[in-house]
Write a protein that binds this ligand. Structure first.
Ligand code: HEC
Ligand code: HEC
Ligand code: HEC
Ligand code: HEC
Length: 197
């Protein structure tokens, strides 16, 4: 075998070695990433911090926690997008909460939580208004709602809301937590919708 052939073979071994290494690396990153994503999507994960912040206690017993059929909406169903891009972005943004938990705690006492509640609620409303209540619609499909099975009040308001281009959250707020002081979606988004609850 000539020198050149030998060298080429060595080079190929190196390339193959690197490729296999990269594959093993990506697979393990993928698997650990999947574990992180799965864990951070559980109710337990959110409650591990938010038990202190009263949102869990308020949510307990609402229709999204317990109902006739046992089909539930947990924290992440309403608060975290499902698509890979927005999901990743939401996770990155949520890293601020680690700062506000361990370095500069912002909601660790009832007083601090209540003082910040309105600001936090407004962030959620704004996000839901901008996404046309995307998270709600991932379960409640407007086109699959049997309108005739709904209450008369719901039928009238839904038809009106649709005509006025309103989104779910403009009428259905404070459905999982207490209504905060300060402006609600009606004041923020400038319309006359009222809380349906
Ligand atoms: C490490 C503790 C921690 C975990 C885990 C955590 N949060 Fe938070 N969260 C916080 C803190 C602290 C704040 C207040 C942030 C601030 O002061 O701006 C917050 C704020 C919020 C807000 C208010 C809106 C906003 O962006 O400020 C929502 C909604 C929220 N969290 C939902 C969740 C959900 C859903 C989960 C589970 C996926 C979760 N949190 C997990 C600590 C945590
Ligand atoms: C994970 C799925 C899921 C998500 C996400 C979800 N819901 Fe629901 N929703 C349900 C289920 C299940 C019920 C209970 C149905 C039943 O048993 O009657 C319900 C009930 C309701 C009701 C009826 C309340 C009543 O008293 O009859 C309203 C209003 C509602 N949801 C609005 C919303 C809004 C607004 C959002 C977004 C902020 C949302 N939902 C997000 C699944 C979901
Ligand atoms: C213009 C205001 C408005 C908008 C927008 C709106 N709703 Fe409603 N919704 C109501 C009212 C009012 C009721 C009746 C509540 C009652 O009977 O106490 C209702 C009732 C419901 C119910 C219960 C139905 C029943 O018959 O028990 C569900 C579920 C619901 N809405 C989901 C949604 C979802 C999901 C969206 C967004 C796709 C949405 N709503 C948008 C005002 C609105
Ligand atoms: C059915 C949808 C839904 C579920 C389930 C839900 N939330 Fe919310 N959450 C909202 C909405 C809508 C707001 C905006 C304020 C409001 O309307 O109550 C909000 C507001 C918040 C806020 C801001 C402070 C406040 O009280 O307004 C925090 C923190 C929060 N949620 C955490 C959680 C945690 C933790 C869970 C699970 C234990 C959870 N949420 C379950 C819909 C939901």
């Amino acid at each position: 075998m000539t020198e050149m052939l030998k060298k080429m073979r060595q080079r190929w071994k190196l390339v193959l070695g690197l490729a296999v290494g990269l594959l093993i690396f990506s697979v393990s990153v993928g698997i650990s990433g999947a574990y992180v994503l799965a864990y951070t999507s559980t109710e337990e994960f959110c409650v591990s911090c938010h038990e202190m912040s009263y949102n869990y206690a308020e949510y307990k017993g609402t229709i999204h926690d317990t109902n006739r059929t046992g089909v539930r909406a947990i924290c992440t169903n309403c608060h975290v997008p499902h698509e890979p891009g927005p999901l990743l972005w939401a996770k990155i943004k949520a890293s601020k909460d680690v700062y506000y938990t361990y370095i500069s705690p912002s909601i660790d006492t009832k007083e601090k939580f209540e003082a910040k509640r309105s600001v936090m609620a407004q962030r959620v409303w704004l996000q839901m208004k901008e996404s046309d209540s995307h998270q709600c619609r991932s379960c409640h499909r407007a086109d699959k709602m049997s309108v005739d099975l709904q209450s008369a009040k719901a039928q009238v308001r839904h038809a009106k809301g649709k005509a006025e281009g309103k989104t779910c959250i403009e009428c259905h707020f404070a459905i999982a937590h207490k209504e905060p002081d300060g402006p609600g979606p009606a004041e923020l988004f400038g319309n006359t919708a009222t809380n349906s609850q």
